[in-house]
Design a protein around this ligand. Structure first.
Ligand code: NAP
Length: 395
């Protein structure tokens, strides 16, 4: 199979797994050329990616690193760019498959650049949909882009969505994160290192903290609603600590289809890269006898209020989901930098949204009709969350 690909977020956890899949498939004779790669600021990892992938273009978000990047990449025959415009250019370059794996709202502009070219977009970044869901989906349809979900739960649903118009409900599974069995008192004293120590998945720091608060599942609920066209009432969340069943689709005849596998992002990445075919990848095979049991439990809304916040934002509309995601980015950053405590993350999001509902109700009531309007809501929510986090830090 011949593919020309670009990887946005090549230095991150999903980006690195994507490199592994590409190398494995190249080893099997796949003709995969790499058009562009993009990273935030980890130059050494970007250089390693360029050595392995031989892209035509490499972009780094931090403008101050342009000189160093040019020096470090000399001799690799790669054009180098820096800053947000270069990151967007990486998405706009002519690849026929683009991995969107930049973390946060920063992934939106380069992913949209790929969407506008009407190509296959492998979507790991969930914030694109949470921030700009309806506009993003409309743009994909208008430009003929194919969205291939990479988030394991959405990839699972995508794999078993045989009859989209005969679906009754969806169930998203959640591992429960590192604090599944912790008391609220223990969670109050949780450190960033503990929050990032996910029991099942090895991931970037932001999504790891989101998994610990269950905001990740809230973002995924919103992502699933926009991606597959469901309301929050038709999507359940269940805790499944073994992370083996990656989500379920319930059909009108009582049949329930699920996708199972070991928790390894190379599986959904390979599926998205080889779709509509399947590729051979050397992931660990599922051994159900060894696992011996699969367990399920309801999420606890008291210890994990973030899930409820996400559900009510989804019910409220697209501006509220934009605000939720932006406020959460600020709160997680404040926690990772040691300025607020773990339980303050959800409080920050909740208070930021209540502030916007009061002081800037018009902003949340109106469905954003352009990406500029999405940006305005995003910025207002970031300002509100910074204020709340500042107050909580000082308390
Ligand atoms: N990890 C998983 O298993 C997983 C599963 C499902 C979905 N996702 C989603 O996939 C996305 C990436 O997750 P991850 O775990 O791979 O995160 P990560 O390890 O933190 O990697 C984030 C990537 O984004 C880059 N980046 C950050 N800010 C940027 C900016 N302003 N411009 C350009 N690049 C920027 C980082 O570059 P530097 O490192 O060079 O700064 C890095 O390459 C997230 O939206 C996450 O929710 C991840």
């Amino acid at each position: 199979m011949t593919r020309s690909v670009s990887i946005l977020g090549v230095t991150g956890s999903v980006g690195q797994s994507t490199i592994q899949v590409i190398e494995e498939l190249r080893g099997q004779g796949w003709d995969i050329s790499v058009e562009a790669v993009a990273a935030g600021r980890r130059l050494d990892v970007l250089v390693d990616a360029c050595r392995r992938l031989k892209p035509k273009f490499a972009a780094i978000a931090d403008l101050d690193l342009l000189g160093d990047a040019k020096t470090a990449l000399v001799g690799l025959n790669v054009e180098v760019g820096a800053g947000p415009a270069a990151i967007e250019e990486a998405g706009a370059r002519p690849a026929d498959w683009v991995m969107s794996a930049i973390v946060g709202a920063a992934g939106l502009a380069p992913t949209m650049a790929a969407v506008r070219r009407g190509v296959h977009v492998a979507l790991a970044n969930k914030e694109c949909l949470v921030c700009a869901g309806p506009l993003f989906i409309e743009a994909a349809k208008a430009h003929g882009a194919t969205l291939l979900p990479v988030d394991s739960e959405h990839n699972a649903i995508f794999q078993v969505l045989t009859h989209p118009d005969r679906v009754e409900r969806l169930t998203l599974t959640a591992s429960g994160g590192p604090f599944r069995t912790w008391s609220r008192e223990q969670m109050a004293a949780a450190t960033p290192a503990q929050a990032c120590a996910h029991p099942m998945w090895s991931m970037g720091r932001k999504i790891s903290v989101d998994s610990a608060t269950l905001m990740n599942k809230g973002l995924e609920l919103i992502e699933a609603a926009y991606l597959f066209g469901f309301t929050s009432k038709s999507i359940d969340v269940i805790i499944h600590p073994q992370s083996t069943v990656h989500s379920l689709v319930h059909y009108v005849d009582g049949s329930v289809l699920a996708q199972l596998g070991t928790p390894d992002m190379r599986i959904p990445i390979a599926y998205a890269l080889s779709w509509p075919d399947r590729a051979t990848v050397s992931t660990a095979r599922l051994d159900l006898a060894k696992l011996s049991q699969l367990t399920f439990e309801a999420p606890d809304p008291v210890r994990f209020p973030a899930l409820g916040l996400a559900r009510s934002a989804l019910d409220r509309g697209a501006a509220a989901t934009t605000a939720l995601s932006a406020a959460n980015e600020i709160a997680v950053e404040a926690f990772l930098e040691g300025r607020i405590r773990f339980l303050d993350i959800s409080s920050t999001v909740e208070q930021a949204l209540s502030h916007l509902e009061g002081a800037e109700a018009g902003l949340l009531a109106k469905m954003p009709s352009s990406f500029d309007e999405v940006g305005a809501v995003d910025q207002a929510a970031r300002r509100a969350a910074r204020r709340v986090a500042g107050n909580l830090a000082a308390a």
